[in-house]
Write a protein that binds this ligand. Structure first.
Ligand SMILES: C[S@@+](CC[C@H](N)C(=O)[O-])C[C@H]1O[C@@H](n2cnc3c(N)ncnc32)[C@H](O)[C@@H]1O
Length: 332
């Protein structure tokens, strides 16, 4: 038999991909990886620790072995290195709340055939809605992904050595950039512009990190709020460009240019598509999320960022990969 013959295996896996989302999200919601790490290595022990049924625990364990997140040795289950690093609660890069969030979001996907036909969201619960409670869940779920990115950006910008810098975080969400950057530089100050309920969450995180005295919030819509003039050394626009259409991104970049001091830098973090649309995989597929949930969003190409930033008056633009699916862009 010709080994190059296509097999149905991958398509079966793709069509049943929601099983993986379900198993991972359910395991995360019952802290299974955390209990496994603490030594609960059998279904009965895990069931007792997590307060779930033994039948349910065994089913999740079987699924997690199938997904390669848990190993079985001599009748005992344990996390793989990947699960131990990214799914045990309390680790800075823990993706458990992201996995839970994605499972909760899954039912929205059934609208995708209609959304593709109409070319946009078929409900009113879009990202454009002011104070949308959706954000409070999103920002907590994605904060861990920004931790390594914020560290890399701080390194490139030499933030720790910079002196009394001021930072504007547009749609700062959880406040993770401010929490990390103010921690690295005791003379820095940061302002976050976001919806009121989200800013309240950010204030809590920043206070937990002991840097609340240098953190200010502006409650409001970043489309209509004035950013000020020559007021900031650094502006952050992380995971925002994909929810906006080209015109709004350009309008915001123009406001940012005016709000930055001479020599100041705009830091963008987003899922960026190659100019010929051949990759990378995550940014390509993420566009479907924006089709489902936003009126004009999408995942944009490097060439789009170049053109928009040039139009807004930025002269130097550079792109840097990160360990997350997102790319960092620096514009001055
Ligand atoms: C995907 S989250 C990104 C959060 C954060 N920048 C990060 O990378 O982790 C989008 C953020 O933008 C905020 N946001 C969305 N539209 C907004 C608007 N029109 N005005 C102000 N904030 C907005 C949301 O509340 C949310 O905090």
């Amino acid at each position: 038999m010709n080994s190059n013959q296509p097999t149905p295996e991958r398509i079966m896996q793709l069509a049943t991909g929601y099983w993986a989302t379900g198993i991972l999200g359910a395991a995360a919601s019952h802290s299974l990886f955390t209990h496994l790490e603490a030594g609960a290595g059998t279904a009965d022990k895990l069931a007792a620790q997590a307060g779930i049924s033994e039948r349910g625990a065994q089913t999740l364990l079987d699924g997690l072995v199938s997904l390669g997140l848990v190993e079985l040795r001599d009748g005992n289950y344990r996390n793989t290195a990947e699960a131990a690093t990214f799914l045990v609660e309390g680790q800075p890069a823990c993706l458990s709340s992201f996995a839970e969030f994605k499972l909760a979001e899954m039912s929205k996907l059934v609208a995708l055939p209609d959304v593709v036909r109409t070319g946009g969201p078929v409900t009113d619960a879009t990202v454009e809605v002011a104070d949308n409670p959706h954000w409070q869940k999103v920002v907590q779920a994605i904060a861990a992904q920004s931790v390594p990115v914020a560290m890399i950006a701080a390194d490139i910008l030499r933030l720790a050595e910079a002196e009394e810098i001021s930072i504007l975080d547009i749609g700062g969400g959880s406040g993770i950039y401010s929490a990390i950057w103010l921690g690295l530089n005791p003379a820095a100050r940061s302002t976050q512009l976001d919806w009121g309920p989200v800013n309240a969450m950010a204030r809590r995180l920043v206070a937990q990190r002991g840097v609340a005295d240098r953190f200010t919030c502006i409650d409001g819509d970043f489309h209509t709020t004035d950013f000020g003039t020559a007021a900031y050394d650094i502006a952050v626009y992380s995971h925002i460009a994909h929810q906006e259409g080209p015109e709004d991104n350009i309008a915001i970049f123009v406001k940012v240019r005016g709000a930055l001091k001479p020599g100041g830098a705009l830091v963008i973090n987003d899922y960026i598509v190659d100019d010929d649309r051949s990759g990378p995989p995550f940014p390509l597929i993420f566009a479907s999320e924006m089709l489902l949930k936003s009126k004009r969003g999408g995942t944009w190409r490097r060439a789009d960022y170049h053109a928009w930033l040039a139009e807004a008056g930025f002269e130097h633009v550079s792109f840097h990969p990160t360990p997350s699916p997102a790319t960092l862009v620096f514009a001055r």
